[in-house]
Write a protein that binds this ligand. Structure first.
Ligand code: ADP
Ligand code: GLC
Length: 484
């Protein structure tokens, strides 16, 4: 494909990350570039992003909503991927989280911040700022970028648009007056535009106006067309079903590779699996858990929110902690979940370690040390930790939704005999089902040859972006054809 691509995201690893979107935005463009696509990444120039950069140039300037804005150019650290940054200190020059203030509440001007971000993306898309480069396709990700397809739709000559849904639960909903305060074209209001039951919906800009839509797993693409997972947008998604598909995320196999991972006490691969337990012993020591490589260790690294199955885990906790196992949870999120996890950890210090916070290094160490990984999500568009776990020979125990259903193959006898089993699927999203699956996993763990076979099944498949990047290129072609 010859047409250049502008890849727009509100976060990208390693510059800024709150979740899986950053992992995708920091690795899919690299794979696309490798496949020959002329691609540039566009991000807000958050304060923390600028602090990490040694070098950037101002390549253009523009003005929106009474703010002077510079467009900066740099490269993604460690790579030669051109990265453009929207520099508007009044809106993005703040410490901490890209979306939340220091009290954990959404910044009160988020609509303005991301509308401005979208307006600058449109300037670049239409080549209005004098860059020597113009995309033939704009790839938008999640609600923070979703006004771009809507704004571009008002132009006759425009690049094609693809909107990727990473999580339909986050929609960017604001009061209707915000739509008018932002001076958006009046024609975009209404139920066939950006209005959602009287509110102003950013995400509808992508869902209604993008030439093509996709989500991050085939199963989630089907689920969001049903009322249970659709948040009232399922009708619209069914209406656009012929333009909607699912592509399973890949992983950055350089960052997430047990054979080269710089954070590990002992690197290992499929031929030196016994070395994995050295990581477990090191982590047990570090976290002050009983040091014993025979005790099965369960890991969980997560935003502590309902989506990730915290209510199910907490309801199962009393019985779970009676099993002969250690559970290590790293995460942050809703205070009530943080507090109850910490309370359980105080009561069971030998079985449960809870680390509240965000820690990239520890997340790698948990992936490498644990024998099993818990992901009882209520819904999961793709999920990356089960993919990292598989690569690290850490078998996931996961609910059967979204990308989990598309990547975890249950260790039942039939799958085991076919050498495809790699984890445990919860029969339903209930505490008893979680406990039952953990029991099955512990039984397998005590059968060493069987366990090793499961680990090999998990570690063998190629989980890099290569195959999925090729699917994105095909989707770009379709979007461009739809737009011409
Ligand atoms: P989501 O995007 O819904 O949060 P994903 O599974 O797609 O879920 O991606 C989560 C990403 O964020 C993974 O890379 C995971 O390791 C990382 N992560 C989540 N919480 C933490 C944490 N507390 N510390 C370090 N990394 C975390
Ligand atoms: C979202 C989803 C997660 C997905 C990630 C990257 O945050 O919750 O399932 O893996 O986006 O696509």
């Amino acid at each position: 494909m010859k047409q250049p691509v502008l890849f727009i995201s509100s976060e990208a690893y390693p510059l800024v990350k709150t979740g899986g979107l950053a992992d995708v935005a920091g690795s899919l463009p690299l794979a696309l570039k490798q496949a020959g696509i002329d691609i540039r990444l566009l991000l807000p120039a958050y304060q923390s992003v600028l602090e990490q950069l040694d070098d950037y140039q101002v390549v253009a300037s523009t003005r929106h909503y009474d703010h002077d804005i510079d467009i900066l150019q740099t490269t993604l650290p460690g790579h030669d991927l051109k990265t453009l940054l929207v520099h508007c200190p009044a809106l993005f020059g703040r410490p901490g989280n890209p979306y939340l203030d220091t009290n954990g509440q959404p910044w009160q001007d988020n609509a303005l911040r991301f509308a401005l971000f979208c307006q600058v993306a449109v300037d670049i898309a239409l080549n209005r700022v004098g860059l020597d480069w113009q995309p033939g396709l704009v790839h938008c990700n999640d609600w923070q970028t979703a006004l771009v397809p809507a704004l571009l739709d008002t132009f006759l000559q425009r690049p094609a648009t693809l909107f990727t849904i990473h999580n339909l639960a986050y929609q960017g909903l604001f009061d209707d007056r915000v739509f008018f305060e932002l001076g958006l074209p009046g024609g975009l209001w209404g139920m066939h535009g950006l209005e959602f039951h009287g509110l102003f919906s950013f995400i509808k800009g992508g869902l209604v106006f993008a030439d093509r839509l996709n989500t991050v797993s085939p199963t989630y693409a089907r689920e969001i067309q049903q009322a249970e997972f659709g948040y009232g947008l399922d009708g619209l998604l069914r209406h656009r079903a012929s333009r909607l598909s699912g592509i399973l995320n890949g992983i950055n196999t350089d960052e997430w590779n047990p054979a080269t991972d710089r954070y590990l006490a002992k690197k290992y691969d499929i031929d030196s699996l016994k070395d994995k337990s050295i990581n477990k012993k090191t982590l047990q020591k570090k976290l002050e858990l009983p040091v014993d490589r025979q005790i099965p260790m369960l890991g969980m690294i997560s935003r502590l929110v309902e989506q990730k199955g915290l209510p199910i885990l907490l309801e199962a906790m009393q019985k779970l902690l009676q099993f002969p196992l250690q559970l290590v949870v790293l995460g942050s999120g809703e205070k009530a979940f943080e507090d109850s996890l910490q309370e359980w950890a105080r009561r069971y210090p030998k079985n449960l370690k809870v680390i509240i916070g965000y820690d990239e290094c520890l997340s790698h160490q948990i992936e490498a040390s644990a024998d099993l990984y818990l992901m009882p999500s209520l819904f999961e568009p793709c999920g990356l930790n089960q993919l990292y776990s598989l690569r690290y020979g850490t078998l996931p125990i996961a609910s059967k939704v979204g990308g989990l259903a598309d990547s975890v193959v249950d260790a039942n006898q039939e799958n085991f005999e076919q050498h495809i089993a790699n984890g445990y699927q919860l029969p339903e999203n209930k505490p008893d089902a979680l406990l039952h699956s953990i029991q099955r996993a512990l039984d397998d763990f005590s059968d060493k040859p069987r366990w090793k076979q499961l680990q090999i099944n998990a570690m063998t498949p190629d989980r890099s972006w290569q195959a999925s990047a090729a699917k994105y290129i095909e989707l770009y072609r379709l979007a461009i054809a739809d737009n011409s």
